[in-house]
Design a protein around this ligand. Structure first.
Ligand code: FA5
Length: 333
């Protein structure tokens, strides 16, 4: 009988070694160790043995054989499972090198880039940032800025009126200067604030004029502020934004809300002068409209065109080009 057990064991181990898949092994497991398997049948024959000692010896040999078959099954299963997993991983692997051209990344619009850089530069100079509404009352856009209804300077701003409230009382803001008043009303001096935003003018567009464009307003209110502080701030800004090879100058001008008033020009490295915005010392009537005492506080304000700055900084010929959304133009920046 020992010979039969050894033969059954050897045959089982050999068929396990030649199993090609985990499924084959599952079938072999049932065949070899199941109730009808060769070892189970030999076990059924134990009863026919004559002596107890023989039964014991054969029983032990059968148990050894079953344990050996079971561990052969376990070892082979581990080997086959690993091989099958390797095949599956290889089949599912993604070849990322097939994207020869990486997907192109989007970026901020030229004017947004200029807006964000302006904010960075002014924050670096110690300013805070505020924003005001695009739809304004006539009072904030004009009256509080020393432009009563009959003031001739109103005609410099070709205004879009909004059909809201009393006729003529609501406008699309023509500049960011009304935010000066809102800031003075909202916070106590000292004020060092810049206010970027979108503005609207009912004008014909050309290479330097848009009907919807962007300005950045600046307002400084403190004790003892003079025109020298304004000139120094503008020069520091010019060098920080455009580069140290650029210079700046103030040219006498007129705005109802500043006195004295000036235009702010920058000098390019080639020596040309370009007008970028208006500025001046805040008019006493404007301080009063903002709730401040002109005897106690003084300050300066400025307003630059952001679209024109982006145009100059990148050498764009025509401001309108920045809004055509022609990808061949936009992707250069
Ligand atoms: C003003 O709007 C004043 N609020 C600026 C100011 C603020 C002066 C504070 C004093 C104190 P002006 O209309 O000049 O001023 O416009 C200022 C700048 O906005 C211009 O220098 C220019 O850079 C830009 N700008 C004006 N009109 C247009 C337009 N149609 N398209 C594009 N940019 C414009």
């Amino acid at each position: 009988m020992i010979a039969d057990i050894d033969a059954a064991r050897a045959a089982a181990v050999a068929s396990i070694a030649s199993a090609a898949t985990v499924d084959d092994l599952r079938r072999l497991d049932a065949e070899l160790l199941g109730k009808k398997g060769p070892l189970a049948q030999l076990k059924a024959g134990l009863g026919k043995l004559a002596t107890v000692d023989e039964k014991k010896a054969m029983g032990a040999a059968l148990n050894d054989a079953m344990t050996a078959v079971q561990s052969a099954l376990d070892e082979r299963r581990a080997v086959l499972a690993r091989a099958e997993r390797d095949v599956q991983l290889a089949a599912e692997a993604l070849d990322l090198t097939e994207f020869v051209k990486p997907p192109t990344r989007g970026r901020a619009h030229l004017v947004t880039q200029a807006w964000e850089r302006l904010e960075d530069v002014f924050v670096g100079l110690g300013f805070q940032i505020a924003e005001g509404p695009e739809v304004e009352t006539d009072w904030y856009n004009f009256e509080a800025l020393n432009m009563p209804p009959s003031h001739p300077a109103r005609s410099m701003h070709d205004t879009f009126y909004v059909d809201h409230g009393a006729p003529g009382s609501t406008v699309l803001r023509t500049h960011t200067s009304p935010v000066q008043i809102r800031v003075m009303q909202a916070i106590e001096p000292p004020i060092y604030m810049v206010m970027p935003g979108r503005v609207f003018r009912n004008e014909t567009t050309d290479a330097t004029h848009l009907a919807v464009f962007h300005q950045i307003e600046g307002l400084v209110i403190d004790r003892g502020i003079t025109l020298a502080d304004l000139a120094g701030t503008i020069d520091a800004f010019t060098k920080a934004f455009f580069g140290t090879e650029f210079g700046s100058r103030l040219r006498p001008s007129y705005f109802p809300f500043t006195e004295p008033s000036a235009e702010f020009d920058i000098r390019t490295p080639k020596g040309d002068w370009l007008e970028l915005g208006g500025c001046g010392m805040v008019h006493p009537n404007v301080l009063r409209a903002g709730g401040l005492d002109p005897e106690e506080w003084s300050g300066f304000a400025f307003g630059f065109g952001i679209d024109r700055m982006a145009k100059e900084r990148h050498g764009v010929g025509d401001v309108r080009e920045m809004y055509t959304n022609d990808i061949r133009f936009i992707e250069q920046f």
